[in-house]
Design a protein around this ligand. Structure first.
Ligand code: PLP
Length: 470
């Protein structure tokens, strides 16, 4: 023993570490054969895990066994067949980076405490800012995900545009916006009436003309329009709101423009993404989720803000017990820019994969996802029983059984998911059930999408297609 009762001996540490790494390697290399979903009896098994911790310590092997079983009885969120919601990926390098960062447990929110690690986070933030051509004074934060990034964006917009008295503020999102935006506004203290839903065009993109009229109406009624949140890729269909047109309205009307690019943002690395997002660089702030478009394990989002001082002003509250720490210099004290004080170091889990694989590897992987979405769309277009209401603008392919009831479409989805090679989810758009395949994981390639197409063809053959009533 080392004399620290809660630290295992070096041999014990090595043995535990080896078991863990061996398991991870087998897990990752077994993913292509793993079922897309393995939840039969999972709830019963989960309830058997209900326990209080023992007074005296037990064995690592025993609890590790429990962990492996618990992790296996789940949706295969890391696998190539995972196509629902917005998949992540689970990069090994990122998990390893996090293990290292957690092990040294440096405090990342005050620069002086671990300048090198703060610089690594700063590298990530600067890279994100550069991606969108943001100036030197831009700043950003690494968050736990897109929802918290959107929260800090709304708080910043509210602070800058409305000050402390914001009851008459109004913000604008499209009918297709992610729920985290109104949730962020509600947490930020905005009354529900502050949200204005802007209609969308036939491609489900925010109608900028309608936005303009709504802002004018609200102003005439004595309200204070302050924020518009277009999406660079909606969750439902990947629709891209017209960035330049929205930016024109935002500039003319003095609105803060925050782009929710949690799902789509990293497609900006590709040529097609840059073309489709043209105007995004005019935004005041952008949410990006490395745990989506960079294939990281869940737990890393980010926000970049063009005017870094605005982000700081909106979040800064001084504290006497931090008086010994150096003020911001070349490196930031992140706690002054975010809601958090103590937190995990998030930079290395983004930086390690970037340096190890190179930005090009991410660019190519994302380009491949765009190709796969186009391929899936083209293949489904050849199946007459399938209706494709919207062409993919990024990597989401929405479809449904043509002329079928919602119940029949739900049954169709169940048949697609039944062989457990792929897992797709559904949504409701314009009051109708719609199935969607969201291709984001770095592990999803052409072979799995071709298999999905065959599975969908098979599921069509058993379909109950009757004209929709009502
Ligand atoms: C467009 C969009 N915005 C925000 C979010 C919320 O991000 P998170 O789940 O990381 O909190 C998501 C999640 O899917 C999303 O697709």
């Amino acid at each position: 023993m080392t004399g620290y009762p809660l630290d295992p001996s070096p041999e014990q540490m090595r043995a535990m570490g080896r078991s863990a790494v061996d398991y991870v390697i087998d897990f990752i290399h077994g993913l292509s054969d793993a079922p897309a979903r393995n939840v039969d009896g999972a709830l019963e098994a989960a309830l058997r895990l209900k326990a209080s911790p023992p007074e005296d310590g037990g064995s690592f092997d025993e609890v590790f066994e429990q962990f492996r079983d618990a992790a296996a009885r789940a949706y295969e969120t890391c696998g190539p067949g995972y196509l629902p919601y917005v998949p992540g990926g689970g990069l090994y390098a990122s998990a390893l980076g996090q293990f290292l960062a957690m092990s040294v447990n440096r405090f990342p929110n005050l620069w002086e405490v671990a300048p090198g690690l703060v610089q690594i986070e700063q590298n990530v933030i600067r890279w994100l800012c550069d991606l969108f051509g943001y100036p030197d004074e831009a700043r950003g934060i690494l968050t736990t995900g897109g929802s918290i990034a959107n929260l800090s964006a709304v708080v910043t917009a509210r602070h800058v545009k409305l000050g402390e008295d914001f009851g008459d503020g109004r913000y604008y999102v499209s009918e297709q916006a992610h729920a985290s935006v109104p949730k962020a506004a509600a947490i930020a203290g905005m009354p529900r009436r502050a949200m204005r839903l802007v209609p969308v065009d036939p491609e489900l993109r925010m109608d900028a003309e309608a936005l303009k009229s709504m802002v004018a109406e609200d102003r005439a009624a004595g309200h204070r329009p302050f924020l518009v949140v277009p999406a660079a890729g909606t969750t439902n269909t990947g629709a891209i709101d017209p960035m330049d047109a929205v930016a024109d309205v935002a500039e003319a009307e003095d609105l803060w423009m925050h782009v929710d690019a949690a799902y789509g943002g990293f497609f900006h690395l590709t040529e097609r993404g840059r073309e489709r997002f043209r105007g995004i660089e005019r935004a005041d702030s952008i949410t990006l989720d490395p745990h989506k478009g960079m294939f990281l394990p869940y737990g890393t989002g980010s926000l970049v803000v063009r005017d870094g001082a605005a982000l700081r002003d909106a979040h800064y509250v001084g504290a006497e017990y931090l008086q010994d720490r150096a003020p911001e210099a070349e490196l930031p004290n992140w706690n002054e820019y975010s809601p958090e004080l103590s937190r995990d170091h998030r930079g290395f889990r983004v930086w390690l994969p970037l340096v190890l694989h190179g930005v090009g590897a991410f660019r190519r992987a994302l380009d491949e996802k765009l190709d796969l979405a186009e391929h899936l769309y083209a293949a489904l277009a050849e199946i007459p029983e399938i209706e494709l209401p919207w062409a993919p603008q990024l990597s989401v392919v929405p479809f449904r059984l043509a002329g079928a009831t919602d119940d029949a479409d739900r049954a169709f989805l169940a048949r697609i998911n039944d062989p457990r090679r792929v897992y797709l989810s559904s949504t409701t758009i314009e009051g109708r059930h719609v199935i969607r395949a969201c291709i984001v994981s770095h592990r999803t390639h052409r072979d799995r999408i071709d298999e999905a197409i065959e599975i969908i063809r098979g599921a069509v053959r058993g379909a109950d297609i009757r004209p929709q009533t009502g």
